[in-house]
Design a protein around this ligand. Structure first.
Ligand SMILES: Cc1cc2nc3c(=O)[nH]c(=O)nc-3n(C[C@H](O)[C@H](O)[C@H](O)COP(=O)(O)O)c2cc1C
Length: 437
């Protein structure tokens, strides 16, 4: 029988949980324990990986102030994903842990060293979500007045990938000899200077860490613009995307695979994950009522607008909530996300846009129903698209233990029963788990 399986991943961030709601955990996750237990739940359900989103600023675009972001705990406070990835990785055995790090923030040497260290600590389960940042506010925290244009950020990122690649390869795989009898730890002839002198970066090398189990972390990417898609197709092991329904998913995956094939990569080495936000209930009516209860609330609409304002640096507080947007908006920030959000030409009001698709930002498909109904629909969509996986999250990335349980103990068993997702791990390395099917 043909293997129908697809991959599962989870998208979250190191911010307060669903702190305002009745099933929240209190909004104080800073010792990491809540998220460590979350990772353990993902592992129980045989997810490939958990991915930690990140931004490097306090948002102040919505309403021209940081007050509402702080009041709502929306995109702030946000703690560093790398130490959380370590904590999650050391409390699990099989799950991949992925941290977002921006090429605009980390010097390449630091990123390569940090990634190599985490990959060793997690015995080959580390992934890096490669982002190029989207905000002038972020740029101002790193010595710039404003963020360079998208084209330049991607040109820098191309060179960045080249540099970190050279650093990861600066130790040959068998450079560590560990020969106690002859007193040789590492063989100097197998550790090489990099001497990279490029347009943007100058790095001597070699790296000062040993080759980690995967040599380099698994690369995740979320390019959506044509330039971003080329970048992702060239470098990524996995691509995360928010698409418009089954047709949009099909188009995106075919496009990425074509771009990869054109530059000589095997398209099967790249797994495309589509973002979804399932809303579950004991009956379909209950699931729909819960979904509407969340997405139609004023708090939710404000959360979404704070968030979209932050990542596009367009102040959505200037637009009337119950009217359509006055013009098609453009950004030097996350353009793909903006285009998905604004549904230009739909005639929908801003409030409807915010509510749509569970916030419009992170949902590729409407999935509302019982676990069995949602599992069925996920299987049908994936069969139509041809692969490769789903990235589960919530509309504004807030989670509760209840929601995690609904997915892990409600939805996933229904997926497994249908032969759609993994029931055991076969490999040690995250990259091998991704390439298993
Ligand atoms: C599922 C998903 C997760 C993302 N995570 C982050 C993130 O953690 N940090 C960030 O700065 N950008 C993040 N992005 C934005 C992308 O890196 C990218 O900038 C965006 O999709 C726009 O693509 P473009 O740069 O080609 O216009 C994410 C996008 C998606 C779809």
């Amino acid at each position: 029988m043909a293997d129908k399986r697809f991959h599962l991943a989870w998208f979250m961030n190191f911010t307060p949980d669903e702190w305002r709601e009745p099933f929240g955990q209190g909004g104080n996750p800073w010792d990491g324990q809540f998220y460590i237990e979350m990772a353990q739940a993902m592992e129980r359900a045989c997810f490939d990986l958990i991915m930690i989103e990140d931004k490097l600023m306090v948002p102040e675009t919505y309403g021209g102030s940081r007050d509402l972001s702080l009041k709502h705990a929306m995109m702030v406070p946000k703690a560093d994903p790398a130490p959380l990835a370590v904590a999650m990785g050391m409390a699990t055995k099989h799950l991949g842990v992925v941290a977002t790090m921006s090429t605009m923030a980390y010097p390449p040497f630091m990123l390569a060293r940090l990634s190599s260290t985490i990959d060793s600590l997690t015995k080959g389960r580390f992934g890096w979500n490669v982002v190029t940042s989207a905000e002038d506010l972020m740029a101002k925290n790193f010595g710039m007045d404003q963020l360079p244009p998208r084209e330049d950020r991607y040109a820098m990122a191309d060179e960045y990938m080249d540099v970190v690649g050279k650093l990861f390869d600066s130790w040959e795989p068998d450079a560590v000899v560990l020969d106690r009898e002859n007193g040789i730890y590492a063989d100097g002839s197998k550790v090489h200077t990099v001497d990279h002198k490029g347009r943007f970066y100058q790095v001597r090398g070699p790296l000062n860490t040993v080759p980690s189990p995967q040599r380099r972390p698994v690369y995740l990417q979320a390019g959506a613009s044509p330039r971003g898609r080329d970048f992702a197709a060239q470098h990524a092991d996995a691509i995360v995307s928010v698409a418009n329904g089954v047709e949009g998913m099909k188009e995106f995956r075919a496009d990425i695979r074509a771009r990869a094939a054109k530059i000589g990569r095997d398209p099967d080495d790249i797994k495309v994950f589509f973002c979804i936000t399932p809303s579950l209930g004991e009956t379909e009516a209950e699931a729909r009522a819960r979904y509407e209860n969340v997405t139609m609330s004023d708090n939710f609409v404000t959360d979404v607008l704070i968030s979209i304002s932050a990542i596009t640096e367009i102040d959505f507080a200037q637009f009337e909530l119950d009217k359509p947007l006055p013009e098609k908006l453009v950004t030097n920030g996350e353009s793909g996300t903006l285009d998905k959000f604004q549904q230009w030409g739909s005639g929908k009001t801003l409030r409807q846009l915010a509510a749509d698709g569970g916030g419009g930002l992170v949902s590729s498909l409407e999935l509302i129903g019982t676990p069995a109904q949602v599992a069925q629909k996920m299987g049908e969509a994936m069969a139509e698209v041809g692969g490769d996986g789903f990235l589960i999250t919530t509309p504004v990335l807030r989670v509760s233990r209840r929601y995690i349980t609904e997915i892990v103990d409600g939805l996933v068993p229904e997926l497994q029963k249908r032969g759609l997702t993994r029931t055991e791990y076969k490999h040690q390395l995250l990259r091998d788990n991704l390439r298993e099917f």
